[in-house]
Design a protein around this ligand. Structure first.
Ligand code: FAD
Length: 383
């Protein structure tokens, strides 16, 4: 793996860093308190090309490589995971999947709008009764002439109330398990689709997370993404890359935790000197630093594998598992460095810990990542 960043990668990281400092960091605490990121951020992200990274330029994307995408994701994640998640879902799970699986018409219809921020995407896999066992989902799509009629519900959908299109997974066949699932691109203004925002989240409070209910939602047959019955493969291919994006967001959280801990330790004095002089405080900071480096290297490796056309799914699970657990540890250690001040929202570390906690849950819990890695190493499926 070549660890030297190219000129383009360095430039895009600089752009993302400057944007995060100016447009995200000053507002993140307020967005968290008010439970809403300022929606104007979507168009700004689009204008800079961040919603179209890795999407080919002919479809309105900015055509960067996956390491550039990881670098931008790290920076946004350092500023506010709620903002990072908007990009990870709309670009990482939806636009990139349309680019990979879509027909020419689907790409032309959705990609330019998704890349510019004129439209936002969400990813509808989880249901109230099926999370880790996504292959047993029960939302149905029944063929009627040249249309499908969808009925069911989806739970915990990031960008749910903001999105213009949902990449939705539903059962088209009678086969049990993941066979018989198909993917659809459903405009969210289609009659019969209602959305309810979920409030009271522990973290990512600025992000619009929603429950979607589908009651006789009719879409043309041309809304199907990928072949009929291949929807589970569509979902898993999206998540394999999506996990790299979550891992990159976690690197950002851990880096923010390190920056906050170092800065606080330099200015807070106890026992007659800055607490940075105490060995056990240095131990906390060293542990955070090691977590940042290890998580970053694992995440960059995934990007490097994708960019060089090699298999990457197990490495993506490895990066997501490690980086998400590392982000929780790093934020908790940074809070410890802050003492009681870490426990009030005048300082950012409490929010980092709350935001980090969901990373071990979504896009496959830590247990599910271990089963994926275990299956790859042993050849035995323990699902
Ligand atoms: P369950 O699957 O019920 O798991 C409960 C516990 O059982 C976990 O600890 C799990 O690890 C464990 N477990 C389950 N099966 C096994 C097993 N075989 N072996 C060992 N342990 C097991 N979903 C979407 O589709 N789109 C989104 O945009 C999206 N965004 C989200 C945003 C937020 C803020 C949250 C909280 C969730 C989001 N999700 C989204 C859903 C998320 O992916 C699921 O919550 C996650 O997959 C876990 O499913 P579950 O909550 O039903 O937990």
């Amino acid at each position: 793996m070549n660890l030297e960043l190219s000129e383009e990668q360095t430039a895009v990281r600089g752009l993302a860093r400057e944007f995060t400092e100016r447009e995200v960091v000053p507002y993140a605490a307020e967005w968290d308190r008010s439970e809403s990121v300022d929606r104007a951020i979507v168009k700004k992200l689009g204008a800079l090309g961040f919603l179209g990274l890795t999407v080919p330029e002919e479809y309105g994307g900015s055509g960067g490589d996956h390491l550039a995408y990881v670098l931008v994701t790290e920076e946004l994640g350092r500023g506010d995971s709620a903002v990072r998640g908007i990009v990870s879902v709309s670009l990482g799970l939806v636009a990139k999947t349309v680019a990979a699986w879509g027909t020419e018409d689907q790409k032309r219809a959705w990609l330019p709008r998704l890349c510019s921020g004129d439209a936002l995407g969400c990813f509808g896999l989880t249901e109230p009764g099926t999370g880790s066992d996504a292959g047993s989902l029960t939302t149905r799509a029944v063929r009627e002439g040249d249309a499908y009629v969808l009925d069911g519900s989806k739970m915990f959908i990031t960008n749910g109330t903001w999105a213009d299109v949902v990449l939705l997974f539903a059962r088209t066949g009678g086969e049990p398990g993941h066979r018989g699932i198909s993917a659809f691109l459903v405009p969210t203004d289609t009659p019969g689709l209602t959305r309810r925002e979920i409030h009271g989240k522990l973290g990512l409070r600025g992000q619009a997370t929603a429950e979607l209910v589908l009651d006789g939602v009719r879409v043309p047959a041309s809304a199907m993404l990928g072949p009929e019955g291949k929807g589970f493969s569509v979902a898993m291919s999206a998540l394999a890359k999506g996990r790299m994006s979550v891992a990159a967001g976690c690197v950002g959280i851990a880096q923010a935790a390190l920056d906050a801990a170092v800065s606080y330790a330099a200015q807070r004095e106890q026992f007659g000197r800055p607490i940075a002089h105490h060995q056990l405080v240095q131990e906390l900071i060293a542990d955070i630093s090691v977590d940042v480096d290890a998580a970053r290297l694992l995440t960059w490796r995934v990007a490097d594998l994708i960019d060089s056309g090699q298999p990457f799914a197990t490495e993506s699970s490895t990066a997501k598992l490690f980086a998400s657990e590392a982000a929780v540890r790093a934020a908790s250690n940074a809070l410890q460095v802050h003492g009681g001040y870490g426990y009030i929202d005048e300082y950012p570390v409490g929010k980092l810990l709350r935001d980090a906690r969901v990373m071990t849950l979504y896009e496959g819990t830590s247990q599910i990542q271990k089963l994926l890695i275990g299956r790859a190493r042993t050849g035995v499926s323990a699902f």
